[in-house]
Design a protein around this ligand. Structure first.
Ligand SMILES: [Mn+2]
Length: 336
């Protein structure tokens, strides 16, 4: 992205900020949600939007149904904020909903990825703030700021906080810094001049890299498990694919870590495949941009952006998934 392109994006973000504020001001109650199983980018951006809404004296709720399934580190962030912010489930939303509610979605634009997907038509207006590619599954929003050239949703919302000169404390700054760092790991980083400017703003609010590092601390056994998966990677001229064994269950994050690691080796496309439970297989992919990772993962029912994408399918035969992926990659390369 050139500086000129970035300037155009930031001008659009400034215009979107005015729309966002106007919409929040006009509504009594604001609901915020993220993709299911939120990560640091999703949860920090939801908290930042909740902060804006609370400063405008609106009743503000964050919808999250995954309290017991979540990454334990993300859960610690939510638990630390239970007094400051109203976290509710979709069932509670269903009991308190009214006709004028606004839903603001951060870090996804896909219907299948939000837990309140069956209630989307209940909202008077939907606003999306995100950095992932749109596709047929994208939610029809009344207003949206989606830009795949920006590094993270946390970067987008921190830029909004800056435009609005909204004060926030060290904790929020730490969460937002964690979101930005999480989404910039590996070679698929989209860090720009704005990313580093925003990071310096967060550090001005006393965001602390030591705190962020504690969130990314690894458990030795789990790290070895991820590396055992990486050890069985098979390479072609253009791709690196590792495929887990049947007995081993991986988390989405494990697969993402393995895929990130593979970006070290300069292949066009990297993918980690593994069972995420007994009936489902997960795929996590990274691309240098020559192959559209999102287009490839869409063929497996998932999505993402040009450089990072993932999918999860109900399937028992992991070898078949790998063979299908190899076939798809051959086609992608031949049609380039
Ligand atoms: Mn993100």
């Amino acid at each position: 992205m050139t500086n000129e392109e970035l300037n155009i994006i930031l001008k659009r973000l400034k215009e979107f900020t005015y729309i966002l504020i106007k919409q929040i001001k006009e509504s009594k109650e604001i609901f915020i949600t993220t993709h299911k199983n939120p990560d640091f980018d999703a949860i920090s951006s939801a908290l930042a939007v909740a902060l804006i809404s609370k400063q405008l004296k609106k009743d503000t709720y964050i919808i999250n149904d995954d309290h017991n399934l979540m990454d334990p580190k993300v859960k610690t962030i939510i638990d630390a904020n239970l007094n400051e912010f109203n976290f509710i489930t979709t069932d509670i939303y269903n009991n308190i909903k009214s006709e004028n509610d606004i839903l603001i979605i951060t870090d996804t634009n896909k219907k299948s990825m939000v837990s309140c997907k069956d209630y989307l038509s209940n909202f008077k207006k939907i606003i999306i703030i995100d950095h992932h590619l749109e596709n047929q599954d994208s939610i029809k929003a009344d207003y949206k700021f989606i830009n795949t050239n920006l590094s993270s949703t946390a970067e987008i919302v921190t830029t909004i906080l800056n435009y609005l000169k909204i004060e926030y404390n060290k904790d929020i700054a730490n969460y937002l810094l964690s979101g930005i760092i999480l989404d910039n790991l590996g070679n698929s980083s989209k860090a720009s001049r704005n990313t580093f400017f925003i990071v310096s703003q967060l550090m001005d609010k006393d965001a602390d890299l030591n705190y962020v590092n504690t969130l990314f601390e690894e458990n030795f056994e789990n790290d070895r498990k991820v590396h055992d998966l990486i050890d069985i990677t098979e390479f072609t001229d253009t791709s690196a694919i590792c495929c887990g064994k049947k007995e081993i269950i991986y988390t989405k994050e494990d697969l993402a870590k393995a895929a990130n690691y593979l970006t070290k080796f300069k292949h066009d496309f990297n993918c980690a495949i593994g069972y995420v439970d007994k009936e489902h297989i997960g795929l996590s992919s990274r691309s240098n941009g020559k192959i559209n990772a999102s287009k490839v993962m869409e063929l497996f029912g998932g999505g993402g952006d040009l450089n990072r994408a993932a999918a999860q399918i109900k399937e028992n035969d992991i070898k078949k998934v790998k063979e299908d992926l190899v076939k798809v990659l051959k086609l992608q390369i031949n049609t380039n």
